[in-house]
Design a protein around this ligand. Sequence first.
Ligand code: ZN
Length: 180
Amino acid sequence: MPKLIPSKLYSEDTGMAHAQCKICQKDFGEHEIYGVQKVYKNYPNQEAQVLFDFALCQTCMEEARAELSVESRLRIDQFIMGKLQVLEAKGVDISESFQEETCSLSGKLLSESKEYQVVAVCRGDELLDSPMVMSDDILEQIQELLSEESKDELNRFNENNFGWPPELKKIWQDGDYVLL
Ligand SMILES: [Zn+2]
């Protein structure tokens, strides 16, 4: 049975599943595969706040990834695979990390993470794979794997393709978030 997208991954703007690519404005319809990204920040004594969220079609996701150098991409893939293997060896089931509010790659509790990012692959109103959750420590480590060149390329890509308002642009540039 297909899994439905949990409401937590709905668009903050519409309160429904994301329906449009943030970059090319393509409507997803029922058949298009797309990626949802949400970045959360924890504040003391309140629920985590969504800093920003958006969805990208496959083509735009691939273009974003193509901005990274081959070496950066390879390093990130190897880093993620390595973390997954460690968890697998420990018998941790990462498919539940989103529901259990833990980091998919380190197991850290999200409530103890200053900020975190969720990436999910969807089609129509279906969730195609378990959402990947990354806590602050993992995001920092991934940033360190990016070459300066890749960071510049990603910033340029953001600048050219996302119409972020200035305050969001600043968060995006200063933060450790990654387009995956
Ligand atoms: Zn697109």
